[in-house]
Design a protein around this ligand. Structure first.
Ligand SMILES: [Zn+2]
Length: 462
C-alpha cells in the first residue's frame, strides 16, 4: 500500500491523501485548498489519479479544507461512495451548497469586473456538483468496522473538534498475509470544552498520520468564559451593541453555551442575543439534534429540559429582511454573526454600521489570519474598507483568546499518551513547517519517535 500526500503537506489546507493498493484507490479526506492565491490555484491542478476511476472517499470531518473538493471531484466524473459519520453528512448538507454558492458568485464577479485571466472565468464547481456530491454520502456510525474492499476496512473514532469529527483507523492486508493499521488523526479536538464528547485517545497503530496545526503553540491558561464575561460587561457600560464575529460551525455554539452559563450564573444580565447567520442557525440546530455526541454536562441540560445553545433569550434571523431589522436596534444586545475573520457574510453589514460609534463593541473569538479584515481590526487600524467604502473604527475592538477547535502542542501529547503501543512510522501533516519541526522535536524528545514531514506530492510506502 502507498499513501500520496495531495494536500496538507507542510501546510494546513487542502487535506487529501491518495491511498493506493494494486487494484483499489481511495481518498482519505477531499479538502479544498483555501487562503492565499498560490494555494487556491492548486484546486485547479488535475489529480494524479483520474477521479472517475477512484473507488471511494473517506472523510474525517465536514470542514471545507477536508471536504470541499468533493463537488469538484464529482464534476470530474467521480461516482462515489463517500463514507462519513452521520453528523458529518448533516453538516455537509449545509456546507457544500454554501461553498458552491461562493464559487459561483466569485466567478460571476470576476466576469463582471474582468479581472480573471480566464475568459470567461469559470467556477471550480457549481450547485449541481454540490448536490451530486451530497447524494454520494454514505453514513457510517462511530466505532463500527466498515469494509472498503476485501482485506481493507476502517472505523471512525470520535475526535471532538467539531460535530461529527472523526479519526480514521484503517486496517489493511499487506504482503505475506500480514495486517497493518494506519491511524489518521484528522483534526484533533480538545479536552474540557463544552458541548461535544472528548476525543478518543490514540490507541496505537503501525503507522500514524498526525495533524500538527498547533505543533509549536499553546492556547494559554486564560479562561475564555471569564474574558468573554468581562468584555461584555465593559461593553454594556459603554451602552452600545456588542458584535461577535464567529465561525458558524462550533465557535458559534461554544459562544452561545458560554453566554448561557454566564447569564444563568448571574455574571451577565439577561440581555437579548441575536444569531444572525443562516449557516450558524442551521449548525446550531444540528448540534442540538445529535444527542449521542453531547458530553455529560450537555446531556444533563437536556435531561433538565434546557437547551443551553438555544436558550429562550436567543433570537434567530434567518432571512435578510429579519437581519436588516437589527440595524435599527439600540443596545443592550449581542449580535453573533459570521464569518469569524470578517472575510465575508452578514458580519460585514454589522461592522459597517456599528464600527463608527464608540459605544459599540466588537469582540473577535478566534485566530485572525494575516490579510483579513479581522486581523486589521484586532491590530488597531483606524479605518477599514468594507464593500468599497472607508469606515472609521471608533468602536471598542477586542479579542477573546484561547478559543480553538484544535488541540495545542500539549493537548496533542495528551491525546497520544494513552496508546498501548508505539507506531513504527509517524507522518506529520496539516501544519506549517516550523510548527511541524517543533512537534517532531517534542515527539522525539518525549517518545523517541522520528516523524517524517512530507511535502505535497510525496508518497509514503506502508
Ligand atoms: Zn477541521
Amino acid at each position: 500500500m502507498e499513501i500520496t500526500v495531495l494536500g496538507a503537506g507542510r501546510c494546513v489546507t487542502g487535506s487529501k491523501y491518495l491511498m493506493s493498493w494494486d487494484s483499489y484507490h481511495a481518498l482519505l479526506d477531499c479538502g479544498l485548498f483555501q487562503g492565499p492565491a498560490a494555494y487556491r490555484q492548486l484546486n485547479w491542478k488535475p489529480l494524479p489519479y483520474p477521479p472517475h476511476d477512484l473507488d471511494a472517499v473517506v472523510l474525517t470531518h465536514a470542514h471545507i479544507d477536508h471536504s470541499g473538493y468533493l463537488p469538484r471531484l464529482c464534476r470530474q466524473g467521480f461516482t462515489g461512495p463517500v463514507y462519513c459519520t452521520p453528523p458529518t453528512r448533516a453538516l455537509l448538507g449545509v456546507l457544500l451548497p454554501d461553498a458552491a454558492h461562493i464559487n459561483e458568485e466569485e466567478a460571476r464577479y470576476a466576469n463582471k469586473e474582468g479581472y480573471s485571466k480566464h475568459k470567461p472565468a469559470l467556477p471550480l464547481f457549481q450547485m449541481a456538483d454540490a448536490r451530486a456530491a451530497l447524494k454520494l454520502l454514505e453514513p457510517v456510525p462511530f466505532d463500527h468496522w466498515h469494509e472498503l474492499h476485501p482485506g481493507i476496512r476502517f472505523r471512525f473514532h470520535r475526535q471532538g473538534h467539531i460535530l461529527g469529527a472523526a479519526a480514521v483507523e484503517l486496517e489493511t492486508k499487506v504482503s505475506g498475509g500480514k495486517k497493518k493499521t494506519v491511524y489518521f488523526s484528522g483534526d484533533v479536538g480538545r479536552y474540557g470544552v463544552p458541548i461535544l464528547r472528548e476525543p478518543v485517545s490514540y490507541p496505537g497503530s503501525d503507522v500514524l498520520f498526525l495533524e500538527s496545526t498547533y505543533g509549536d503553540r499553546f492556547h494559554g491558561d486564560e479562561d475564555p468564559r471569564t474574558v468573554l464575561g468581562e468584555e461584555i460587561r465593559a461593553g454594556l457600560k459603554r451602552g452600545g451593541v456588542i458584535i461577535i464575529p464567529a465561525f458558524a460551525i462550533d465557535r458559534t455554539q461554544e459562544i452561545l453555551y458560554m453566554l448561557h452559563e454566564l447569564m444563568v450564573d448571574g455574571d451577565l444580565p439577561e440581555i437579548p442575543v441575536f444569531l444572525d447567520s443562516p449557516m450558524g442557525i442551521e449548525a446550531t440546530t444540528l448540534y442540538t439534534r445529535f444527542l449521542a455526541e453531547h458530553d455529560a454536562e450537555m446531556r444533563q441540560f437536556f435531561a433538565d429540559q434546557e437547551n443551553p445553545i438555544f436558550p429562550p433569550n436567543l433570537q434567530v434571523t434567518p432571512s435578510s429582511a429579519d437581519s436588516r431589522k437589527l440595524n435599527a436596534m439600540r443596545g443592550p444586545a449581542i449580535i453573533i454573526s459570521a464569518s469569524g475573520m470578517a472575510t465575508g457574510g452578514r458580519i460585514l453589514h454589522h461592522l459597517k454600521l456599528r464600527l463608527p460609534d464608540p459605544r459599540n463593541t466588537v469582540l473577535f473569538t478566534g485566530y485572525q489570519a494575516q490579510g483579513t479584515k479581522g486581523r486589521r481590526l484586532v491590530d488597531g487600524d483606524e479605518e477599514i474598507k468594507i464593500h468599497g467604502q472607508w469606515i472609521p473604527v471608533k468602536a471598542h475592538v477586542s479579542r477573546v483568546s484561547g478559543l480553538s477547535a484544535h488541540a495545542d502542542a500539549g493537548e496533542l501529547m495528551v491525546w497520544l499518551a494513552r496508546r498501548e503501543r508505539d507506531p513504527e512510522k509517524v507522518v506529520l501533516v496539516h501544519g506549517e513547517f516550523p510548527a511541524q519541526e517543533a512537534l517532531a522535536a517534542r515527539l522525539n524528545g518525549d517518545f523517541g519517535w522520528q516523524p517524517s514531514i512530507p511535502e505535497l506530492g510525496d508518497t509514503i510506502e506502508i
